[in-house]
Design a protein around this ligand. Structure first.
Ligand SMILES: N[C@@H](CCC(=O)N[C@@H](CS)C(=O)NCC(=O)O)C(=O)O
Length: 307
C-alpha cells in the first residue's frame, strides 16, 4: 500500500490552505495532523530537524517543507490534473514569487492588525521573534496595519486587472500554481472574520475566480494524531533519492550540510546531502525519536552551506 499523505497544518494558515486546495484539486485522500501555530512544535521538529513553518507534508519518512515543493511533489506522484501545464510554469513561478513575497506581507500585517482579538494571544510575539524583531504592542500592530493598507489595496486592484479580460485563471485558459499562490493571500483577508471583506467587494471577477478556486475543495481528509504520524515516520524508511544534478558550485551528495530559509523562520536543518538538482535539495538525518528521515526543500528561497 502506498504511504499516506500526511499534512501537518492548522486551520487559519494561508499557506496550509494553498496545500489543502492543491490536494483537493488533485482529488486526493489525505490525513491531517493539527500542529501548534506558534513555536515550539515538539511533534513536528523531530520530523523536519528544526524547520517550523506551516505546512509540512509527510509521506512515510520523507518530509517535504515549503508549499512550493509540496505542490511539485504532489505533481510528481499524482500528475493529473496538472498544476504545472507545459509552457506555463516559468511565468507561474514568477507570479508566485510576487504573490508570496510582495502581495502577502502587507496583507498579513493589515489583516492581523484588524483581527488581534480573534488570533491566539501568543501569535504576534512568536511571529516577531521568528523575524528577529521585538514583540509588538497593540498600537504598533495598528500602525503597521494602517501603513500596509495602501499596498494591499493597489495590489488587489492589480489582481483584478489580471482577470479583467474575462479569463478563467490567472495565466489564462489553464490552472497553474499562480492561481493557488494569489488565492491563499486573498483567502487570508476573510479567513478569521469578515471585517475586511469590503476590500474584495468591488471586484466581481476576483470573487468569481475565488469561487472557482474554492470549488476544488480539500479532497478527502481525515484527522491523524501527531503521535501516529511520528510512529509512521519511525516505522518507515525514506525513499531512495533520485539522481542529483549539482551545478559547479554546489556541494556534492554525501557532504554534511546546513540549510535554512533565506527570508524568515531561519531555523537551520543539518544533515547529509542526498539530492540536489534545479528544483530541490534533500538532506538525510537521523533523529533520536523517529530515526532516519529525508527532509526535502525547494532550491530557491533556501540557503545551503557545507558544515
Ligand atoms: N515559503 C513557505 C512559507 C510558509 C509560511 O510562512 N507559513 C506560515 C503560516 S501560514 C508560518 O509558517 N508561520 C509560522 C508558523 O506557522 O510557525 C511556504 O510556501 O510553505
Amino acid at each position: 500500500m502506498a504511504a499516506e499523505l500526511i499534512l501537518h497544518n492548522y486551520d487559519f494558515s494561508n499557506y496550509a490552505e494553498k496545500a489543502r486546495l492543491a490536494l483537493g484539486y488533485k482529488g486526493l485522500t489525505w490525513r491531517s495532523v493539527t500542529i501548534p501555530p506558534v513555536a515550539p512544535k515538539p511533534d513536528l521538529t523531530p520530523l523536519t530537524g528544526g524547520y517550523r513553518r506551516t505546512p509540512v507534508l509527510q509521506i512515510g519518512a520523507d518530509i517535504y517543507c515549503d508549499t512550493r515543493l509540496i505542490l511539485r511533489e504532489l505533481e510528481r506522484r499524482y500528475p493529473s490534473p496538472t498544476l504545472f501545464p507545459a509552457g506555463y510554469t516559468p511565468m507561474a513561478s514568477a507570479v508566485t514569487y510576487w504573490a508570496e513575497n510582495q502581495l502577502f506581507r502587507p496583507m498579513s500585517l493589515y489583516v492581523s492588525g484588524h483581527n488581534m482579538d480573534v488570533l491566539p494571544e501568543t501569535l504576534q510575539a512568536d511571529r516577531a521573534l521568528m523575524r528577529g524583531l521585538p514583540p509588538p504592542d497593540a498600537a504598533t500592530m495598528l500602525r503597521a496595519a494602517r501603513r500596509s493598507a495602501p499596498a494591499v489595496r493597489v495590489q488587489i486592484a492589480a489582481v483584478a486587472a489580471m482577470l479583467e479580460d474575462g479569463r478563467d485563471w490567472i495565466l489564462g485558459p489553464v490552472v497553474t500554481i499562480a492561481d493557488f499562490a494569489i488565492y491563499h493571500a486573498l483567502w487570508f483577508i476573510t479567513a478569521r472574520t469578515g471585517r475586511l471583506a469590503h476590500e474584495l467587494a468591488p471586484y466581481a471577477r476576483i470573487s468569481a475566480w475565488m469561487e472557482r478556486m474554492r470549488g476544488f475543495g480539500h479532497g478527502t481528509v481525515s484527522p491523524m494524531t501527531a503521535a501516529e504520524a511520528l510512529a509512521i515516520a519511525a516505522a518507515a524508511e525514506p525513499a531512495e533519492p533520485r539522481d542529483s544534478a549539482p551545478l559547479a558550485e554546489d556541494p556534492l551528495p554525501g557532504t554534511r550540510v546546513r540549510i535554512r530559509a533565506d527570508d524568515y523562520a531561519r531555523d537551520p536543518v543539518e544533515g547529509e546531502l542526498v539530492l540536489i538538482d534545479a528544483e530541490e535539495i534533500a538532506l538525510r538525518r537521523v533523529d533520536a525519536l523517529v530515526g532516519e528521515t529525508v527532509v526535502h526543500f525547494p532550491r530557491l528561497g533556501y540557503d545551503l552551506r557545507s558544515v
